[in-house]
Design a binder for this molecule. Structure first.
Ligand SMILES: [Zn+2]
Length: 226
């Protein structure tokens, strides 16, 4: 039987390609699948140096840490009856050479992520179920469905704005909409101290953007409107 705290299973793992270029962020569960299959190795930062482990040696090291009481609170662990293993923060794919593409898919989910789940009109945060997409310049006026003309809007603001421009509706935008760069793909958790070891694999703009703007925490409710 395997037990793990919810946070351990939800931990994020940075994936590098064979050339140590950051590729994507995956779940701890997915990382363990890759490690057990032998498709990846662990890259661990130790005293400012990177050390590689295969899954077996990582597990053994974890058992020693456990035996000597050297675990610390910043770590996530998965414990089973027969073994325990620390969730790695970084893994490297041993057979993957490609460099990730720099585009971000234009879809509802990524627009909400770009806007940090905030309605761009009332500037409050909403769950996805209470957000909608708004054409800043309405389609009836030739507004296009593009990164620079679509924003997240709560249902109430979207209904209030109707088929008008923000100026006509007396509303202002929190941020001018634009196409995001790859930093969008990083989870907000990157701002957590747990993930500082990722820093050297991310571009300065990816890192600063996430750390300085990890999403405002002002959850609000909104009214449904059509
Ligand atoms: Zn709103």
């Amino acid at each position: 039987m395997v037990t793990a705290s919810a946070s351990a299973l939800q931990a994020h793992v940075l994936t590098l390609n064979r050339g140590y270029v950051a590729v994507q962020i995956i779940s701890a569960r997915r990382a363990f699948c890759l490690l057990i299959k032998g498709s990846a190795e662990i890259v661990n930062v130790e005293d400012g140096h990177y050390r590689s482990y295969d899954f077996e040696s990582w597990r053994e090291t974890g058992e020693m840490k456990t035996a000597f009481g050297e675990r610390n609170d910043a770590e996530d662990w998965i414990n089973s009856v027969s073994f325990c293993v620390e969730v790695p923060r970084i893994i490297r794919l041993l057979r993957y050479d490609r460099v990730p593409q720099h585009g971000v898919k234009f879809n509802r989910h990524n627009i909400f992520r770009r806007d940090h789940s905030h309605c761009q009109y009332c500037k409050r945060r909403f769950p996805a179920s209470q957000l909608s997409l708004d054409h800043v310049v309405p389609r009836s006026r030739g507004g296009r469905t593009t990164w620079d003309n679509i924003v997240s809007a709560c249902l109430k603001c979207n209904a209030a704005k109707g088929g008008r421009t923000p100026r006509e509706a007396g509303m202002t935008l929190a941020n001018p909409p634009r196409k995001p760069n790859r930093s969008l793909l990083l989870p907000q958790a990157v701002a957590s101290k747990k993930y500082t070891c990722w820093q050297s694999f991310l571009t300065p703009s990816q890192w600063t953007n996430q750390v300085e703007n990890p999403g405002r925490q002002t959850a609000q409710t909104g009214n449904r409107a059509s």
